[in-house]
Design a protein around this ligand. Structure first.
Ligand code: 5GP
Ligand code: MN
Length: 328
């Protein structure tokens, strides 16, 4: 399962660097947080025994439910004027502009290395890329690049969290035999599976359940019932006092609607700053739709950001989806 060559890529890059930055995509999800903290713990525990290296994680807005992970208080989101890292490691992120403000240090770093599983990652933006588009998660990619004996419980917990989230608790089609084997190996390190799954995936606050209910109630079936769509505007988000991390289960519930090929969920992060999430039940490749609108992702889960009015975003998207549905 573990390729010698790949574990060397990580070890060699780290050995040659005195200062290392780690970052993932903006609005980090379970896989992104798991990968960033999993790698941070792994490097600190195995390659920095006497703290001679400076290792920094850049991450903003870590969802509260992930804060049980070791070192979840370490990530920062502060940037000095002049700073150059020997090595910048990008995780779960398929383009430089999704790094947010951290892109500044990425651009000035002496060396860059990216671990990812997004099929839309062209690799042009980074010096070295370890990309496995058929792997469930970046955490699965990282596991294969790490030395299994060097993975501690705290690293295992973070990687397990990432796999759980990107596979929708081992139910999406990206869950392969290898995914389950790796999850098993992580469990053998002592991970409390129920704590991770219930505590970070299924448990909802009262308000999260209310907003889920509202989005389901207001959802629409479109394009002859092949597309289900729901959205939340900025005003409603403020009314409930929710942020993007409170909305994570909505798209999954829309997707399991019988007869539907594509599920769409759009929310307004800031006035006229929209985030579109797409899920497919297999026939439509939603990463193509997302890439067309400037985003990316996977065949069955993708997304993009768009500026403008909600109704324009919906109209434009439906044109794209109707073409794709015709092609099938
Ligand atoms: P989600 O809908 O859960 O935010 O994202 C689904 C998948 O699409 C994830 O793998 C995520 O990384 C990817 N994705 C979502 N939004 C964007 C985006 O704006 N740009 C790119 N490149 N990928 C995105
Ligand atoms: Mn991922």
């Amino acid at each position: 399962m573990r390729s010698e060559q790949e574990s060397r890529i990580l070890e060699e890059a780290v050995a040659q660097a005195d200062s290392i930055a780690i970052a993932g995509h903006i609005r980090p999800d379970g896989d992104c947080v798991g990968a960033c903290l999993g790698l941070y713990n792994y490097l600190q525990e195995n390659f920095n025994a006497s703290f001679e290296k400076e290792i920094t994680v850049y991450m903003k807005d870590i969802p509260e439910t992930f804060l049980f992970l070791k070192n979840s208080g370490k990530p920062i989101w502060e940037f000095e004027e002049e700073k150059q890292y020997d090595l910048f490691i990008v995780l779960d992120c398929s383009s430089g502009d999704r790094l947010g403000e951290a892109a500044k240090y990425f651009r000035s770093a002496k060396h860059t290395l990216c671990f990812d599983h997004h099929i839309s990652n062209s690799g042009h933006f980074t010096e070295k890329l370890v990309l496995y588009p058929d792997y469930s998660s970046t955490c699965e990619v990282l596991f294969t690049c790490m030395c299994e004996e060097k993975i501690s419980l705290s690293t295992a917990e973070a990687l397990y969290l990432g796999i759980v989230h990107d596979t929708g608790v081992f139910k999406h089609s990206n869950t392969l035999e290898q995914t389950m084997c790796i999850a098993g190996k992580l469990l053998s390190k002592g991970v409390d599976s129920s704590k991770v799954i219930d505590g970070t995936f299924y448990e909802k606050t009262y308000i999260e359940n209310q907003i889920l209910g509202r989005c389901l109630m207001e959802s629409m079936l479109l394009l002859e019932g092949k597309v289900i769509l729901s959205y939340l505007n900025y005003k409603t988000m403020r009314l409930y006092n929710v942020d993007p991390s409170n909305l994570s289960g909505i798209i999954d519930q829309l997707r399991v609607t019988k007869g539907v090929e594509v599920a769409v969920f759009i929310y307004e992060v800031q006035p006229q700053n929209l985030k579109v999430s797409l899920r497919s039940n297999g026939k439509v490749d939603v990463s193509k739709t997302a890439v067309f609108f400037g985003g990316g992702g996977h065949r069955e889960a993708a997304g993009y950001d768009v500026h403008g009015f909600m109704h324009d975003a919906i109209n434009n998207l439906l044109v794209g989806l109707s073409h794709q549905l015709e092609e099938e």
